[in-house]
Design a protein around this ligand. Structure first.
Ligand code: GUN
Length: 293
């Protein structure tokens, strides 16, 4: 079994990006600038956004964190997005999800200038991705592709089973794994909450990408020998023995499944750090595209 070490690979990627930023600085060029907008005070979302901003600082990007109260109206958020769209200093920005219920998420994501949409959530960018055109690929799916590539995992002709159809992970992942090229060329099954007999499907899988958010969902008896397992789950499970009061658990029963797997991601230290590295990569790409304008 080989551990797909997202922590190590993400550090390699950050080093590569930092080298490019250092070269930009040496040439007296503007460095990439990422802004992140967070609405409300959800603990997990604040942690993720904090990690994204800290990662920017460590590799020499500029960063701006925009915090808005949970009572923010849709109109106020749309106004903020307009400001970020027209602010030449900002190369790319993200709106951290989920948003409070008074705000229509799709409407907000459609207001982001596609050239600054480093999350790849705008329908224009999502459509380009589905059509194999060059665009911003959503950071988590992009990170999974990068892990498969850097560990030389064979995906051609394999049966990839994706668990979960979210717009952020499951749906784009199902599209990307079926694309021509590598990683891709898989035969993809997208499973979700209405799927019947999911074990019957997962036991046929060569590659399983689980983005469900149910701790310990995928058990050893649900997979075949030599399966490749990508665990996207990051659920906070209360644990009084831990100083934070919770522990992070993935979708996969790691101890048992890793005994059968050929490759597997740990949680934490698998997909999570890759998401941040690929967001930085998209922001670097956004800067390079603006520089060429
Ligand atoms: N919430 C959970 N994952 C993500 C992500 O990748 N981007 C944003 N903006 N919000 C998220």
């Amino acid at each position: 079994m080989t551990l797909l070490d997202g922590k190590k690979v993400s550090n390699d990627i950050k080093d590569e990006i930092k080298a490019e930023v250092d070269a930009m600085k040496a040439n007296g060029e503007k460095v990439p600038h990422l802004a992140a907008v967070i609405v409300g005070d959800d603990g997990a979302s604040l942690t993720y956004v904090g990690s994204k901003v800290r990662a920017c600082e460590r590799i020499g990007f500029e960063s701006t964190l925009v915090k808005m109260p949970h009572t923010t109206s849709e109109l106020e958020l749309l106004k903020k997005i307009k400001e970020l769209n027209t602010n030449d200093a900002i190369d790319g920005f993200i709106i951290q999800l989920p948003l409070p219920p008074q705000i229509d998420t799709q409407k907000v994501l459609m207001a982001v200038d596609p050239s600054k949409d480093v999350d790849g959530f705008h329908p224009e960018n999502f459509g380009k991705m589905a059509l194999d055109m060059s665009t911003f690929i959503p950071a988590t799916p992009f990170g999974i592709l990068e892990l498969l590539e850097r560990y030389d995992v064979d995906t051609k002709g394999k049966h990839t089973v994706v668990i979960g159809r979210s717009h952020i992970v499951g749906r784009p992942m199902s599209i990307l794994m079926s694309r021509k090229g590598w990683p891709g060329n898989s035969t993809v099954t997208l499973t979700h909450s209405n799927t019947k007999n999911i074990s019957q499907i997962t036991t046929q899988a060569d590659i399983i990408i689980s983005a469900l958010g149910v701790p310990n969902f995928l058990k050893a008896e649900m997979v075949k020998d030599d399966v490749v397992v990508i665990d996207v789950g990051i659920t906070r499970v209360p644990d009084e023995d831990h100083p934070k009061g919770y522990v992070i658990r993935g979708d996969v029963d790691f101890e048992a499944v890793s005994e059968k797997a050929s490759f597997i991601t740990p949680v934490p230290g698998g997909v999570g750090p890759m998401t941040i590295a690929m967001l930085l990569k998209n922001t670097l790409l956004a800067r390079e595209q603006r520089r060429a304008l």
